[in-house]
Design a protein around this ligand. Structure first.
Ligand SMILES: Cc1cc2nc3c(=O)[nH]c(=O)nc-3n(C[C@H](O)[C@H](O)[C@H](O)COP(=O)(O)OP(=O)(O)OC[C@H]3O[C@@H](n4cnc5c(N)ncnc54)[C@H](O)[C@@H]3O)c2cc1C
Length: 336
């Protein structure tokens, strides 16, 4: 018997204002990798609900083998009940073995409703997907008990096996698509909402999302009194400031800056951890960064176990020196 018994993997494609959410592309790429590793015979199917369907080519490029496209004005913007009905309708008609949804704000709102409609289980916030070599069960792993253990969940008596998956835990990969034309489907679901979208105003900020930043300078309780130093260094490096939960709880940093299990999962090119102990709940959100540099006064701090470069010292003394050096370098560069 094949791992998925020849059935398909269905992935919900999340689109807002005609822009795809990266997590959908990460899921497509990961499904392709699973297909290759376990020689799955079903297809990787993208379910694309959209008004203008402008992202077909991109969806194929990141791993979809087939696209089910429901192009309709009613999908001009996300509506919980309509989208949940639509996905459930497609699942009931196509019987995929696995259904994956990004663990974004939309995905977290949507997936439990879909799973309840199709009467299956849901693994929320998975961070690893695989198959058991012997039983061929689909394995969905997520942190449990405060992140102290990883729980692997199987759903053996209901279908499809459903999971939401954290953004940024899988890498996007470009494939060479064979197919170019989506299969058009129509969705019967209608939801007469009393909510009317009159206008949308985009939040403007000088900061980029830490999940997209190439350099993140992060601070914990050890630097709680001097976050301005992190700001200075981050600005000089064109990076962003991140934080541990301890300082978010203290009200020193905003929640959207929190890195970790209950914050964001990020994988920047450089992650500079200052005064952060390196609790597992924190490292779960940053241990895939390309280069991790840690500054901590305690040489036994667990952050050094994941760091590529460790500096034992007082971050309050080191950060101003680093800033000074960065400023000197930029003066040298400008005058060169
Ligand atoms: C269910 C659950 C979910 C959680 N989710 C998250 C999460 O998403 N993200 C997260 O971060 N945490 C999370 N936590 C909390 C986590 O367990 C830790 O408590 C938290 O990460 C600790 O933050 P910290 O490292 O800033 O503080 P501390 O643990 O207090 O560490 C401070 C560090 O700073 C060092 N230090 C002190 N002074 C200096 C100085 N002058 N210079 C340099 N170093 C100095 C100390 O040696 C120490 O290592 C979660 C916990 C639970 C139970």
């Amino acid at each position: 018997m094949n791992y998925t018994d020849g059935k398909d993997i269905l992935i919900f494609i999340e689109e807002t204002n005609e822009e795809l959410n990266d997590v959908s592309l990460e899921l497509l790429s990961e499904a392709r990798r699973l297909k290759n590793e376990f020689a799955l015979t079903g297809d990787i199917i993208a379910l694309y609900l959209s008004e203008h369907a402008k992202n077909i080519e991109k969806i194929y490029r990141y791993g979809a083998e087939r696209i089910l496209l429901a192009q309709d004005r009613k999908f001009s913007h996300y509506q919980t009940i309509l989208y949940a009905q639509a996905i459930a309708e497609v699942i009931e008609q196509t019987h995929p073995d696995i259904c994956l949804i990004g663990g974004s704000n939309i995905g977290r709102d949507l997936a439990p409703r879909v799973s309840a409609k199709v009467k299956t289980g849901l693994t929320a916030d998975a961070t690893h997907l695989s198959f058991d070599q012997e039983s061929h069960q689909f394995l969905m792993t997520r942190p449990a008990f405060g992140g102290n253990i990883n729980a692997t969940i199987v759903c053996d008596s209901h279908a499809p096996k459903m999971a939401t998956v954290r953004p940024n835990v899988f890498e996007k990969e470009v494939f060479n698509p064979k197919e170019k034309t989506p299969t058009k489907i129509s969705i019967n679901a209608i939801y007469e909402t009393k909510i009317q979208l009159i206008d949308e105003t985009k939040k403007t900020t000088n900061h980029q999302d830490i999940a997209k930043a190439k350099i993140v300078v992060s601070g914990g309780r050890g630097v709680s009194g001097c976050f301005h130093m992190l700001d200075d260094v981050a600005k000089s490096l064109k990076g962003e400031v991140g934080a541990s939960r301890a300082v978010v709880d203290q009200g020193i940093a905003y929640k959207n800056m929190q890195v970790g299990q209950t914050g964001k999962t990020i994988r920047p090119t450089i992650y500079l951890a200052c005064g952060i102990s390196g609790a597992i709940q924190h490292t779960a959100g940053m241990d895939k960064s390309e280069l991790i540099i840690a500054i901590n006064t305690d040489e036994k701090a667990p952050i050094f176990d994941v760091a590529d470069l460790g500096i034992v010292g007082d971050a309050k003394e080191i950060l101003p020196l680093l800033y000074q050096r960065l400023q000197q370098n930029s003066v040298i560069k400008k005058s060169a």
